[in-house]
Design a protein around this ligand. Structure first.
Ligand code: SAH
Length: 257
């Protein structure tokens, strides 16, 4: 198998974490899109308890904090991301409103029916869309909201090359109607779904990586796994440009019923 086709699962997580630490976002998205998803949520007050699962360094969490009342906890498995998250919160003077903690979305440190809103951009795939929605629901108050962005197919059929890439990267990828049904079956009213525009991938996610890759390669000169990882990332980017009419990220907003 050529290096560029190596599966993302074969790379060392510390290497991936180091690469993504240098970026403001660790997945596709934008401040406007975070605010748009938030516009469908109408139950928030100063007492609201909000969590952002798989928050990374907190790009979207800070946007949330600037646009909602309530208290926000960002949770991620990587301590490096959480350290950056908490220093970003301080820089923006949001340290009294947002707090980053190390933890896993598989075993959340919250009480049953404690939360008003569960947010997760580009991260629910780590537990799986259906399983995440079902398990996280227990932590939401009745009438609470979940808002997640998730890789989805835009069409029923697609070329084999991109199908095979995603079956390896994330077999849980599915069409929008199927995801909406999964959300409804998990006990939510499907309040909104919308496709993230291409700039959320290109300008917000892939363009900043061009410079980040050069810096990363200089820092890791002669490190074969690092070079392979970058080749893999470039391949993934090329696939997006080639097949972006077939897939993308979709925001799903649901209300616990
Ligand atoms: N929400 C951020 C990051 C998305 S990348 C953004 O949109 O920019 C996915 C994130 O999920 C990474 O930060 C990764 O560290 C985190 N992650 C992976 N497995 C996790 C788990 N089991 N629990 C919590 N976070 C996890």
């Amino acid at each position: 198998m050529s290096n560029e086709n190596k599966s993302i699962h074969e790379f060392d997580v510390n290497l991936i974490c180091d690469y993504y630490s240098a970026l403001e976002r660790q997945g596709p998205g934008s401040p406007e899109i975070t605010i748009k998803a938030l516009s469908f949520i109408d139950n928030l007050s100063d007492n609201s308890q909000i969590v952002d699962l798989g928050c990374g360094t907190g790009g979207q969490t800070m946007v949330l904090a600037q646009n909602t009342p309530g208290h926000i906890i960002g949770l991620d498995t990587f301590p490096t991301f959480i350290n950056l998250f908490n220093s970003n919160a301080q820089k923006l003077n949001l340290q009294n409103k947002v707090e980053g903690i190390v933890g896993t979305m598989h075993n959340l440190p919250f009480q049953a029916e404690e939360l008003d809103l569960i947010w997760s951009e580009g991260a629910i795939y780590n537990i799986g869309f259906e399983r995440g929605l079902r398990e996280w629901r227990n932590f939401l108050k009745k009438g609470g909201f979940v808002a997640v962005s998730e890789a989805s197919w835009f069409t029923n059929d697609r070329p084999a090359e991109i199908d095979e890439f995603w079956q390896d990267a994330y077999p849980g990828i599915d069409t929008i109607p199927n995801k909406v049904k999964q959300m409804q079956d998990a006990g939510y009213m499907p309040v909104a779904t919308f496709i993230l525009p291409e700039y959320c991938w290109i300008e917000s996610f892939y363009v900043p990586q061009v410079e980040a890759r050069e810096t990363f390669l200089k820092k890791n000169a002669g490190n074969k796994p690092a070079e392979e990882f970058i080749a893999n990332q470039k391949h993934e980017t090329q696939l997006y440009y080639k097949y972006k009419e077939y897939y993308g990220y979709v925001f799903y907003v649901g209300k616990k019923i």
